[in-house]
Design a protein around this ligand. Structure first.
Ligand code: ADP
Ligand code: ASP
Ligand code: MG
Length: 281
């Protein structure tokens, strides 16, 4: 079993998503594929939520842009006869997100709990479109909302994971579901009461690592827009080079000091099982 996580830039638009599906098709192994929101969407939701909280109706324009980007993907990726069901599901999700915004706008209040709920919509939109496209391409695909698999403790600001409950849920789900590929949204989780939470910004890496650890995966692949972990931030340091191989501790240290290619809490669950982590471009 291989766990592959595709970050926002890897699923930024229909072309990127097609390439991701090719990568999945060409891998004969049983795979769990964790996907982020389309690049920039979580930031857009963050902005729209803050607009609503400050009484700025610009939030409606941002929500329309979010809808348009997802609709454009669906129209490019799916054959016409398979579009309407997916369009209507995405429309329903956007309506729910819009209702939350209306509430925030009316109350002029954005609690951490409400914000977490809103931010998770990006992944719920992306994973559904990607999974439905994969199914339309005749791949043997299962899809599951990570809110049924990943659980946080009730300390919403810290988003710490209830590892036992999470591992039990992941194992019991995969005991029953035996698809060649399972597509799961990263980042989103539920708290002890079942309320929507997230694993914190950048948290899709952790979703994948938790699944890898719970299932004793052969390896965890982090697909992103750089060819590995670099000696320094590759956008700012010209001489930075990719590090071929490093220990979990070295990777942890780099990520804690700002190498955001790996979300800092990601390495703990895979290190416990000695599962190799491969960063791929
Ligand atoms: P994704 O959306 O795939 O999760 P992120 O933006 O979270 O991608 O992480 C990848 C980015 O991390 C790269 O584009 C790179 O600019 C940045 N980065 C910062 N420091 C490092 C580093 N030391 N090595 C690799 N990438 C780094
Ligand atoms: N989409 C979320 C974020 O932008 C989670 C992730 O991409 O890992 O923070
Ligand atoms: Mg990231």
């Amino acid at each position: 079993m291989i766990i592959a996580k595709f970050g926002g830039t890897s699923v930024a638009d229909s072309n990127c998503i097609s390439r991701v599906l090719e990568i999945i098709q060409n891998n004969p192994n049983q795979q769990v594929v964790v996907v982020s929101a389309l690049s920039g969407i979580t930031n857009m939701i963050q902005e729209s939520a803050h607009c609503a909280a400050s009484g700025d109706l610009k939030y409606q324009k941002i929500l329309s842009e979010i809808e348009a980007r997802h609709f454009a993907c669906i129209k490019k990726l799916l054959p016409i006869n398979k579009q309407s069901q997916v369009l209507s599901h995405i429309k329903q999700q956007i309506n729910s997100l819009s209702t939350l915004h209306e509430g925030v706008y009316l109350l002029r209040e954005l609690s951490p709990r409400t914000k977490d709920h809103m931010l998770g919509f990006g992944e719920l939109l992306s994973y559904y479109i990607i999974a439905k496209t994969a199914i339309a391409q005749n791949l043997d695909v299962g899809l599951e909302n990570a809110r049924n698999l990943i659980f946080t403790k009730n300390d919403i600001e810290k988003n710490s994971v209830d590892q036992q409950k999470t591992f039990d849920s992941i194992r019991s789900y995969f005991k029953k579901s035996k698809h060649r590929v399972t597509i799961i949204p990263g980042f989103v989780a539920s708290d002890e009461e079942g309320a929507p939470t997230t694993l914190g910004r950048g948290g899709s890496d952790l979703t994948a690592a938790l699944i890898a650890s719970a299932l004793d995966a052969e390896k965890l692949e982090i697909w992103t827009d750089v060819s590995g972990m670099f000696t320094a931030h590759p956008k700012y340091v010209k001489q930075a080079r990719a590090i071929k191989k490093m220990s979990y501790y070295e990777a942890m240290e780099l990520s804690h000091f700002g190498a955001k290619v790996i979300y800092p809490p990601t390495l703990q669950p895979v290190m416990e099982k000695n599962i190799p982590v491969i960063v791929k471009n």
